[in-house]
Design a protein around this ligand. Structure first.
Ligand code: COA
Length: 186
């Protein structure tokens, strides 16, 4: 796949690059990013420097589409569609702590989901999974119209090797993009 740029009202989404290393390294020290995502823990400068290379490889082999969120030119977070290749994908994201609480990820993830369905991939389904209790992440998926699917026991493993139960939800191309009721406190 050729990397694509996406624009939203407040953001440019573009591929991670070498000049993101310092911002990536700083953001990924955040305990919530380490707890709730698969970033390596401890997160070193080498991990940060290698990330744009891995992201480029994901685009090239069609397995992962990853974008950096750029807000006024500053790296605010990452969003991606993962495990691509079988006509579906898994949505993942994180925001640097200073950029939370203003709807930036909802805005970014909405653009990514629409690109996944209507762009060259033409996905049939997008899945979301999060550690049970990660309500900040759940609220985003719920706002985008994802349907809650249940709880998967011990299904997620973070960068420290800790296993957690997972909430799972999914979105299909024709689902309404309005928040549905979820039977959990999201
Ligand atoms: C998950 C995570 C990205 C959520 O960040 P966030 O700032 O809450 O998400 P958004 O950018 O969509 O902001 C939504 C919040 O901004 C508020 N907001 C303000 N303006 C808004 C707007 N225009 N649109 C939507 N929300 C808006 C919302 O009310 C919401 O607050 P609430 O959660 O109290 O309801 C962030 O907490 C994070 O990076 N966590 C660590 C990594 C992680 O857990 N990743 C997900 C793994 S599954």
């Amino acid at each position: 796949m050729e990397p694509v740029e996406l624009r939203t009202e407040r953001l440019l989404l573009s591929v991670p690059r070498g000049s993101d290393t310092d911002a990536l390294y700083a953001a990924c020290q955040d305990p919530d990013i380490q707890r709730f995502t698969t970033v390596p823990t401890p997160y070193t400068r080498e991990h940060a420097a290698g990330f744009p290379v891995k992201a480029a490889a994901g685009w090239a082999d069609g397995t992962d589409a990853v974008w950096a969120l750029r807000h006024d030119g500053t790296l605010a977070g990452m969003v991606g569609l993962h495990r691509l290749g079988g006509g579906e994908g898994e949505l993942g994201y994180w925001l640097a702590p200073g950029f939370r609480g203003t709807g930036l990820m909802t805005e970014a993830a909405r653009a990514v989901v629409e690109w996944g369905f209507t762009g060259p991939l033409g996905l049939a389904r997008i899945e979301w999974r999060a550690v049970v209790g990660n309500t900040g992440s759940a609220r985003i998926a719920q706002r985008l119209g994802f349907t809650y699917g249940g709880m998967l026991r011990r299904a997620l493993r973070n960068g420290s090797g800790d296993r957690s139960d997972a909430w799972i939800a999914d979105l299909l191309p024709r689902d309404p993009r309005t928040p549905a009721a979820w039977p959990i406190d999201a």
